[in-house]
Write a new protein. Structure first.
Length: 96
């Protein structure tokens, strides 16, 4: 079993409230869940208007499949023009 997580720090420059920020971040989270079957959530900066940290995780039977899915998720996140990706970190988790 292979577990790979992706944490993406984003800036939402046009957000003027938490509601604006969440309306920009929610399509990213929900879209990734539906399209790629990953777990996804806003994991940090919930009280900041223009910043968010989004976490994604995938469990797969092969290393290559987990990598492919997270690659696709990262490209998906970059495709949203209303957010600016500041940083993206991947972490392989130990699983037996």
């Amino acid at each position: 079993m292979f577990v790979l997580s992706l944490q993406v720090e984003v800036h939402v420059p046009n957000a003027r409230s938490l509601k604006n920020k969440r309306s920009a971040v929610k399509p990213v989270i929900e879209g990734a869940r539906r399209r790629f079957g990953v777990s996804a959530a806003e994991v940090d900066h919930q009280h900041k208007w223009q910043r968010a940290s989004i976490g994604f995780a995938v469990v797969s039977s092969t290393h290559a499949k987990a990598q492919d899915i997270i690659d696709s998720v990262e490209r998906f996140v970059w495709s949203f023009p209303e957010i600016v990706v500041m940083n993206a970190d991947r972490i392989w988790l130990e699983a037996s």
